[in-house]
Design a protein around this ligand. Structure first.
Ligand SMILES: *Cc1c(COP(=O)(O)O)cnc(C)c1O
Length: 227
């Protein structure tokens, strides 16, 4: 497990690399947000990151997020939480209650569930449409051929709550074509947020226009093997 000193140091290193990549791409470093992905890491690790100045976090399971974050939010009211993992419809209400953004909107059934949840909760987080840029059968994300229509429908239904797009390129592929494709799709739809790039490839994502990078292991260390 990582110590708070090593988490603070890793965060600084990632921030420096983000700023350098942004400048190399002719972009303002402040145009790239860092989502610190704390899944499978204890609340104490999140606290270490908060104490090092990090405020934006990503979790891929709603229950884990609900267990770790509400208490921290009381101490750090400007904390922001993104749900980044595939979302089951029966978790929609909980997600709507605890998240500031859901990055994994990928199918009409989930849109229906989120709309109902928003009615009940009286709030709706920001939404990103997850696009399955590699058309991988086992992966969440709307299929490429359905993406434009689904994005348009989502924008009609949820209006300005739809902020942008997210992708996770195939594990064994060069991510750059996927990043370019996603950034181009977001631009076509006039969407400002492009969430792409993880520990291994966030610099390439920034070169392609990422406005959010989701970095886990490079900050918090390796996740437990079963993860
Ligand atoms: C786990 C995860 C990340 C972070 O992955 P690392 O390789 O640890 O940086 C980013 N995005 C999603 C959707 C994830 O599930």
């Amino acid at each position: 497990m990582s110590t708070s000193a090593s988490i603070a140091q890793a965060l600084n290193g990632i921030r420096t690399r983000i700023a350098t990549s942004a400048r190399e791409a002719g972009r303002d470093p402040s145009s790239v947000g860092l989502v610190a992905v704390s899944k499978f890491h204890p609340q104490s690790s999140v606290l270490a990151a908060l104490e090092a100045g990090q405020r934006l976090f990503g979790e891929n399971r709603v229950q884990e997020a609900a267990a770790k974050f509400p208490e921290l939010r009381e101490r750090f009211p400007d904390l922001r939480l993104h749900i980044i993992g595939g979302l089951q419809t029966n978790k929609a209400l909980e997600a709507v209650k605890i998240a500031d953004m859901i990055e994994s909107l990928d199918r009409p059934a989930l849109s229906d569930a989120l709309a109902r949840a928003a009615d009940r909760a009286g709030r709706l987080p920001g939404l990103l449409v997850q696009v399955n840029t590699g058309d991988e059968s086992q992966k969440s994300g709307v299929r490429l051929e359905e993406a434009d229509a689904f994005i348009t429908d989502s924008m009609t239904r949820f209006g300005a709550n739809v902020r942008g797009l997210m992708c996770i390129p195939p594990h064994d592929a060069d991510p750059t074509p996927h990043f370019r494709l996603l950034a181009g799709m977001a631009a076509r739809h006039g969407l400002p947020v492009v969430s792409m790039g993880m520990s291994a490839d966030f610099e390439a994502a920034i070169a392609c226009g990422a406005t959010l990078v989701r970095v886990g292991s490079a900050i918090f260390g390796a996740r437990p093997a079963h993860a």
